[in-house]
Design a protein around this ligand. Structure first.
Ligand SMILES: C[S@@+](CC[C@H](N)C(=O)[O-])C[C@H]1O[C@@H](n2cnc3c(N)ncnc32)[C@H](O)[C@@H]1O
Length: 423
């Protein structure tokens, strides 16, 4: 498979809680590139990043069918296993996807991944890239400059950067470097970090912020029995990024609160399961977090999305829009169903025109439709609700992460009983 760098590590380096300004300044006429739109803070922006595409019309044309159904996610998992196995046996393998009869592109065969025996490092792993609805749009794919996922598919299908044929393929597999860090082997530092996390946990438990989110989750109309998290990031071992510590403490404490409440009610429900997915996790994160709560499960694509059921609280903390979490989630449930709640940033659409979406939109028409069955929590999660010690630890950060998040809880469904098992 092409490209041997870890894009997720680059994304982490690029972590910012501030939104990009969506208003395009005037076009720079000096640019020779017809797809260049503007510069912002020295960064060039191209049409694929700022244009909007009629996704509603596109989805309608193909019968408004969900793409990332559970069946399709399991198919992706199987392709990933095949690539993993070739990698481990040091064999060459080309992986294909053949759209089914009802899907666009039926009759063609597309390459979605390549393992070359002599063309990878021993420590590489296979990662999944999903395409959002905008990235799948034929007009988006006609642009010369394009997103990483479409670029990867072009590379596999011998269409490097020309105005290409449409590649109606919703995913690709990519080899990326495995994390090589050895922080977990530093016994003294790990000890210091365990103590630090325990101390911060005490401050968190005794904060109003912890109580506020706990009350909101206990108040969900559909009870939460599982928490599935995406993109909470690697814990900052040397450099400081205290939001990531707070994100993990909040999740683990919510699980404890739900367990205690279940026990008080005399319920025989098993402990709340916590799934954590982030390709940036290191060995030290796994050890430290499992030390805070036993049984935390670390998963990789597509297992995280497959773990979401109707009693799940889903958390997506500034995941890149290149990972279309909301769109995948909406596809993976039957119409009218969805997880018990989700906590995510930036789900508002970037374009006012009906049906039009941009590449950095989290939602698609189908995902918007799913959100209609949810109520946005009206409470405010502000920095002031943190204890003084936690506020001090946040100094130097743009903002407290929860200030950028919205909590959406599923309305109780008259037809489907609450607590229905995972589809
Ligand atoms: C902008 S950073 C946010 C990190 C952290 N939540 C914070 O507040 O600093 C985005 C995170 O999403 C992760 N990410 C990217 N693709 C992902 C995927 N498919 N599943 C889960 N996490 C992903 C990146 O590795 C990165 O840690």
């Amino acid at each position: 498979m092409a490209l041997n760098h870890n894009p997720f590590i680059e994304l982490l380096a690029d972590c910012s809680l501030e939104d990009r300004d969506e208003t395009p300044p005037p076009t720079n006429n000096e640019s020779q590139d017809d797809e260049f739109v503007y510069y912002e803070s020295g960064e060039p922006y191209y049409k694929w990043e700022v244009n909007s595409f009629n996704v509603a019309e596109f989805e309608e044309r193909y019968g408004n069918r969900p793409i990332f159904t559970r069946e399709f996610l399991r198919y992706i998992a199987k392709k990933k296993d095949d690539a993993d196995s070739a990698l481990q046996k040091d064999k060459s393998l080309t992986l294909f996807h053949t759209p089914r009869i009802e899907e666009p592109g039926h009759g063609d065969r597309f390459i979605i991944g390549e393992v070359r025996d002599s063309h990878h490092y021993d420590d590489d792993i296979v990662s999944v890239r999903y395409l959002s609805r905008v990235e799948l749009h034929p007009e988006f794919q006609q642009l010369r400059r394009t997103s990483e996922s479409v670029g990867l598919l072009r590379e596999y299908n011998d269409d490097v950067d020309t105005e290409g044929d449409w590649l109606p393929v919703p995913f690709a597999l990519q080899l990326v470097e495995r994390d090589q860090s050895t922080y977990h082997a530093d016994v003294n530092k790990m000890g210091e970090w365990r103590d630090h996390l325990q101390q911060m946990k005490k401050f968190w438990i005794n904060s109003k912020a912890c109580k506020d989110i706990g009350d909101a989750i206990l108040g969900c109309p559909i009870p939460v029995q599982r928490i599935v998290c995406f993109g909470l990031g690697t814990l900052p071992f040397e450099a400081k990024d205290f939001n990531r510590v707070l994100e993990h403490l909040m999740v683990l404490q919510l699980a404890e609160l739900l367990d205690e409440t279940n026990k008080e009610k005399g319920s025989s429900i098993s402990p709340v399961e916590v799934f954590l997915q982030d390709p940036a996790y290191q060995k030290k994160d796994r050890q430290l977090l499992q030390g805070l709560r036993q049984g935390v499960k670390f998963v990789e694509d597509p297992q995280g999305v497959l773990a979401i059921d109707q009693n799940t609280l889903v958390i997506g903390a500034f995941v890149p829009t290149a990972f279309p979490l909301m769109q995948i989630m909406a596809d993976s449930f039957e119409e009218g169903q969805g997880p018990a709640a989700f906590l995510i940033d930036n789900i508002q659409r970037r374009c006012d025109e009906p049906g039009m979406y941009k590449s950095n939109d989290r939602l698609s028409p189908r995902a918007e439709h799913m959100v209609e069955n949810y109520t946005k929590h009206s409470g405010v999660f502000s920095k002031e609700a943190l204890r003084k010690e936690l506020q001090e630890a946040l100094v130097g950060h743009p903002r407290y992460w929860m200030e950028s998040m919205g909590l959406w809880t599923r309305k109780k469904d008259e037809q489907a009983p609450a607590g229905k098992a995972a589809p």
